[in-house]
Write a protein that binds this ligand. Sequence first.
Ligand code: UD1
Ligand code: UDP
Length: 378
Amino acid sequence: MSKLNIVTIVGARPQFIKAAAVSRAVASHNNGTPAAPIVEKIVHTGQHYDENMSQVFFDQLDIPRPHLNLDIGSGTHGAQTGRTLEAIERVLLDDRPDWCLVYGDTNSTLAGALAAAKLHVPVAHVEAGLRSFNRLMPEEVNRVLTDHVSDLLFCPTDAAVTNLADEGIARGVCRVGDVMYDCALHYAAKAEAIEDEVLATLGLRPKGFFLATVHRAENTDDPERLRGIFAAFEQIATPQRPVVLPLHPRTRNRLEQEGLDAPDHVRCVEPVPYLEMVCLEKNAAVILTDSGGVQKEAYFYRVPCVTLRDETEWVETTRNGCNRLAGAEPARIVEAVAAAEGAQPEWLPMYGGGAASDEIIAMLLNTHKATCADGEGM
Ligand code: UD1
Ligand code: UDP
């Protein structure tokens, strides 16, 4: 079998974390099987570019340096996706990889999937099949379109497999578990080693604070929702139990435009690196978030979660009261936090066994082997 060439497309914070797990599985395959290596070229679209939204993850998680940064930057959906599509097409034309690997549901994901599909480069989608059933979300449009042009669809959950089946997609669907859970296990000891220091630096006690993140367009770009969420933070934050809010740059910009200051005892900090975030998540009394990744991590670390959205793709987290959907209305959020604190939910294992990345690599290799065998037979 010839070597397997993969072009991996990443561009936004959660994709760096997911790619860390899969790139580690690539390295582990190459160490064990040097005669049939996987050659992975990581292409960073440049969608996220601040040091604390990008480089810090490559450094801390030992992600191989990207072969290329397309430096696309920010823009409207059409402009950002269009520029990325054009730039990725050039890379794929030069490289002609066996697979184009895309992650999640960002504009970088869609651009990568579309560029590859049009060039007949097979597309593998990690985190396939997630649905919010809300087409107003840019991510939902990106997910649906990406899944429909993908050849291998790596699903983290049973619900994701069902969603794809409901859309008539069964071929190439593999339920592998969640690559973010692989990361949670792999980096657990490293996070634990810095936990005391992270809490001490911020003057926090274990379970003595709320952790919040907000960045979804539906919240940041709707002043009423943004004000509602901040009003809820104001009501729950006390000197004994502050709200710690690592601020996404999108949200920081919106707060400035709205002239919204952080209420008392709401501690806005810069986005934190992954290991620091894990420490904060594990030690929070309750996590309040509109992030997909943070909802899941709350579940991994068995911390009650209140989701600042009207629906979630991670439906299984809500079943046992581990995660509560609270939208953006202050009274509902405050009530959900109180309910979350009083509950003793059952945390069932739902995201695989921590080897999703190895399964993804094994599947890509098997498919490649079959393709090579077909080629030889012709
Ligand atoms: C994107 C994804 C979203 C994902 C999130 C992860 C899309 C449509 N959205 O949202 O699904 O959950 O990433 O964090 O792809 N900005 C900076 N510095 C940066 C990056 C962004 O200042 O390094 C600011 C810019 O003003 C930019 C805004 O944030 O316009 C939004 O960035 P963008 O990448 O378009 O979307 P996100 O909100 O980050
Ligand atoms: N994250 C981080 N620092 C932060 C906020 C989030 O390392 O300040 C991590 C978080 O632990 C999770 C991922 O970023 O692994 C989630 O990314 P984000 O919320 O930006 O996007 P989403 O998952 O909603 O697409």
